[in-house]
Design a protein around this ligand. Structure first.
Ligand code: NOJ
Length: 546
């Protein structure tokens, strides 16, 4: 294989629609109230049975399934080579991988390189004494003279980022909760250990990794104080110049890329920032010559206000930042953010809004990531204070209710616990499950689920939607987001109405009058105002082939 070929993003990933599964909440097959790997295997046909009756997704990203004391629900890993008994066994995993591959579904694992659990054997050794060989695997500092803490860094989940260890009389550093000590990535042994744990799953045949907060892995060498700024939470009152986003973290990404390039067709997608990220910042992790990650998450929609002009601006910024060097990704919802249907809810327009958003996500240039349940329009739950399990919510309620609301059990049907479990679910099922569930939507041709299915299968059948270039159409009226997607063989045009008003517009293209409708909603057949003019109803969707 030539060097250039090696450095490109595997075609399957560019073509793919990825489905994120939070294993605790997908399907529980042993009645303990916690979702499991066998639950995922059982629902593979729902995800893709090779026909348009199924969702048609191409890959699953499973959030951490490793043994964990679950202080941060799996993002505190005790053993990167195991399966948490709550989720099943390694045999269950192997079966899931086999069954997924049989159906052409790839499996993307979640690697958490920045921190481990405080119960990981590496940390247990590291904290056992100052001269333990693994002491330097984590970031330990003595109490400085004349100052309480080694520096002013704060934990993202609240409080100081330094935890005092009474036994060895030093502080250790943790960006998240104290039960998640940060690894010291400046130590080459740490790098080796994580890379070899990553190789373990690649050898098994998994198809790649989502990399948790890859931009936190490197901190300023001298651990300099962050400067202050204006913000709401104490954490936001610092400019995080030194505790993350160091250029050396890009080298970490490159080392991981070197590892995956030893295999065929593996991908790396990085979570680059948790705050409002500058796309150029995220694009740095792709490497100057495409020698970094294959892609980074684009979370801009998760922060964006609803509206054509906003979404358009976010897409252009990403296209510009990663367009030539890399491959974009798009996300509306995930396990850290309020589900988008709830974020953008607007009375009777809530569903029409979710529909036009689905069309945007599935027609843009870049790999779309769906979050389990978004295809049926699962809403966020607003838990009572006594119900909160997420460390973020425990610390910041009511200012931040935490992330439990977007992690509730999947709503399969109208039976007890929405068909998720016969036991007591680990998190309360959303009370709307009798109205919003897979069973009902499966039978309703106009359901959101069936819209997702249609759009995903349309994407599969139209190469321009998967691989075509992206060009914004500049002459659409306010409230309409429209763009071209083009390959040598195919020229498509998408128009999305993000308002509750009917809009008319003209497509300024020679062959527009002969355009064929690939998809429209509400259905308006071949109706056009004149040769090149179209009318698009409130929250309407139009996909044309020119
Ligand atoms: C990002 C993950 O998405 C989030 O859920 C987790 O709490 C933090 N990283 C810490 O690992």
């Amino acid at each position: 294989m030539s060097v250039t070929e090696e450095k490109t993003t595997p075609k399957w990933f560019k073509d793919a629609v990825v489905y994120q599964i939070y294993p605790r909440s997908f399907l529980d097959t042993n009645g303990d109230g916690i979702g499991d790997l066998n639950g995922i295997t059982e629902k593979l046909d729902y995800l893709n049975d090779g026909t348009p009756n199924s969702l048609g997704i191409d890959a699953i990203w499973i959030t951490p399934l490793y043994p964990s004391p679950q202080y941060d629900f799996g993002y505190d890993v005790m053993d990167y080579r195991g399966v948490d008994p709550q989720y099943g066994t390694m045999e269950d995993f192997d079966r899931l991988l086999r069954e997924a591959h049989k159906r052409g579904i790839r499996i993307i694992m979640d690697m958490v390189p920045n921190h481990t659990s405080h119960l990981h054997p590496w940390f247990l050794e590291s904290r056992s004494s100052k001269d333990n060989p693994k002491r330097d695997w984590y970031i330990w500092r003595p109490r400085p003279k004349g100052r309480k803490y080694p520096n002013n860094w704060l934990g993202i989940f609240g409080g100081r980022a330094w935890e005092w260890d009474n036994k060895t009389k030093e502080y250790y550093y943790h960006t998240s909760v104290p039960e998640q000590p940060d690894l010291n990535w400046r130590n080459p042994q740490v790098r080796e250990a994580i890379l070899s744990d990553m190789a373990f799953w690649l050898d098994k045949g998994v198809d790649g990794y989502r990399l948790d907060v890859i931009n936190w892995t490197m901190k300023d060498k001298e651990l300099k104080d962050n400067p202050h700024c204006i913000g709401r939470r104490p954490y936001d009152m610092q400019r995080h110049l030194y505790d993350k986003d160091q250029q050396e973290a890009v080298d970490v990404a490159k080392a991981m890329r070197e590892l995956t390039d030893r295999y065929k067709d593996k991908i790396l997608v990085g979570e680059v920032a948790l705050d409002h990220s500058d796309p150029r910042e995220a694009a740095r992790y792709l490497g100057e010559n495409g020698d970094g990650l294959h892609a980074t998450f684009n979370f801009s929609f998760t922060y964006s206000r609803f509206g054509a002009e906003r979404f358009k601006a976010e897409v252009s910024a990403w296209e510009e930042a990663v367009g030539k060097r890399g491959w974009p990704t798009y996300v509306l919802s995930n396990h850290d953010e309020i589900r988008h249907i709830s974020r953008y809810a607007k009375g009777r327009w809530t569903i029409p809004r979710a529909r036009v958003l689905a069309a945007m996500l599935l027609t843009l240039r870049g790999t779309p990531f769906l979050y389990y349940g978004e295809e049926i329009g699962m809403r966020n739950l607003w838990p009572k204070r006594s119900e909160i399990l997420d460390p973020l919510g425990k610390r910041y309620w009511p200012f931040h209710p935490g992330r439990d609301g977007e992690r509730t059990p999947m709503q399969w049907n109208g039976s007890k616990n929405a068909g998720f479990s016969t036991g007591e679910p680990w998190l309360r099922v959303h009370p709307n499950f009798r109205k919003i569930n897979v069973d009902i939507q499966d039978k309703d041709p106009n359901s959101l689920l069936n819209l997702y299915r249609r759009l995903i299968w349309i994407r599969k059948e139209n190469s321009a939607l998967r691989e075509g270039s992206y060009k914004e159409y500049p002459n659409s009226p306010t409230g309409i987001f429209s763009f071209f997607r083009q390959t040598h063989e195919q020229h498509l045009f998408t128009a999305l109405n993000f308002t509750k008003e009917r809009k008319s517009f003209t497509i300024d293209q020679a062959n527009a009058g002969k355009a064929k409708i690939i998809f429209s909603e509400p259905e308006f057949g071949t109706k056009s105002l004149d040769a090149k003019g179209f009318e698009i109803p409130p929250y309407g969707i139009l996909i044309l082939e020119m």
